[in-house]
Design a protein around this ligand. Structure first.
Ligand SMILES: *Cc1c(COP(=O)(O)O)cnc(C)c1O
Length: 358
């Protein structure tokens, strides 16, 4: 810490410098980005990009991208704000809509950024525990006296609320903003976008990082009532007018337009997931299925951390958790078929079912 750091941020730990990255040839199932490449439309759009244009600032409104999103969801352009990843929009939402009289409510086990943003912006928060089966009880969020933030499906649990349950939360909190983070919604949960026309206290946030294979392009979007979107854009413009670069806006618009490829990637992921669950269960592993592109896996009699270590010696990387609710599980990304085979092979090695391959 330098002597110049604002006291306000002295406790913030948002950037881990000691993180050990797995070796290059490792089987990486520890993160949650899609392992499919982006749509062919993206390749074509970037190929045709005129580099000369990079001397100009990008379109502040990212109008072509906004239009593609509006078309896809059947909403108006003024109901959409684009951000440099969903993270930027989430952080801005905490910043813009904080209120000294109102708490923020979110699940105790959820996306780790929420408590970080609350800490950074000095927001009074209440973290609501999950049920024992790791689901969110929607009734806990009805009729509250502050802002509600829910990842749906939730992370790292992968469990989802129905759109009816979300609607009950939104309608029972007419004076509060309800933020639904739908980073994984495309893999099989129900989106709340259909509710934004009916409720002016709902903000739905999505990303191109997961289901649309553009994590490196850093594009997210928020959808909600025009007034909320306007506030968000205004303050975003104050911090950085041009946070969406021309190339990323182009790539994201192309990805949004290729609906066929999008469906194919989702279907492939879900097909590989079903096959993986069957294979893993055959070996005696316990699987908690999700509405996302990852599942939770338990090796009977081993903690998640120990299972992670055992997999690591077989060059397969997964994510384990220190939180008590999650300590039995590791989170395994549904990658491409070969990666899932590698996981199954590693488990067989751990169980001593097959000879160690070299
Ligand atoms: C990955 C993820 C995000 C971040 O999305 P970006 O667009 O890459 O910033 C936000 N929320 C949740 C729950 C996520 O898992």
């Amino acid at each position: 810490m330098s002597r110049f750091l604002s006291e306000r941020y002295a406790e913030i730990k948002a950037y881990e410098t000691e993180q050990q990255y797995p070796p290059k040839k490792a089987v990486r199932l520890d993160t949650t980005e899609n392992r499919y490449p982006a749509s062919p439309f993206v390749y074509r759009s970037i190929d045709q990009f005129e580099v000369d244009n990079l001397c100009m600032y990008p379109d502040r409104e990212a109008a072509k991208l906004t239009a593609a999103i509006a078309e896809n969801y059947g909403i108006k352009m003024n109901q959409i704000a684009i951000g440099n990843g969903a993270d930027e929009l989430l952080a801005l939402s905490f910043m813009v809509f904080q209120n000294p009289e109102k708490k923020f409510y979110f699940p105790k086990l959820s996306y780790d950024r929420y408590s970080l943003y609350a800490q950074a912006f000095g927001i009074n928060k209440t973290e609501i525990p999950l049920r024992n089966d790791l689901t969110i009880n929607y009734a806990d969020y009805c009729g509250l006296d502050g802002t509600v933030v829910i990842a749906n499906p939730n992370v790292p649990t992968g469990q989802a609320l129905t759109v009816r349950e979300i609607e009950t939360i939104v309608s029972s909190n007419p004076e509060n903003l309800v933020i639904i983070d739908e980073a994984y919604v495309d893999f099989g949960a129900e989106s709340a976008v259909s509710l934004i026309e009916k409720y002016n206290n709902l903000l739905v946030i999505q990303t191109f990082s997961k289901s649309r294979s553009l994590a490196g392009a850093r594009v997210g979007f928020a959808m909600g009532d025009e007034s909320i979107i306007c506030d968000l854009k205004n303050i975003k413009g104050m911090v950085n007018r041009y946070s969406i670069n021309s190339l990323s806006a182009l790539a994201a618009a192309a990805a949004m337009k290729d609906k066929e490829y999008f469906r194919k990637c989702i279907n492939d992921t879900n097909r590989i997931k079903l096959r993986f669950i069957a294979d893993a269960e055959k070996l005696g592993l316990e699987i908690k299925d999700t509405k996302t592109n990852f599942v939770l896996v338990k090796y009977p009699g081993m903690t998640g951390k120990d299972f992670h270590e055992a997999l690591k010696t077989n060059n397969v990387f997964v994510k384990y958790f220190d939180e008590p609710e999650m300590k039995d599980f590791v989170r395994v990304l549904i990658g491409v078929h070969e990666q899932m085979e590698a996981f199954i092979g590693a488990v067989k090695n751990i169980m001593g079912i097959e000879e160690l391959k070299e």
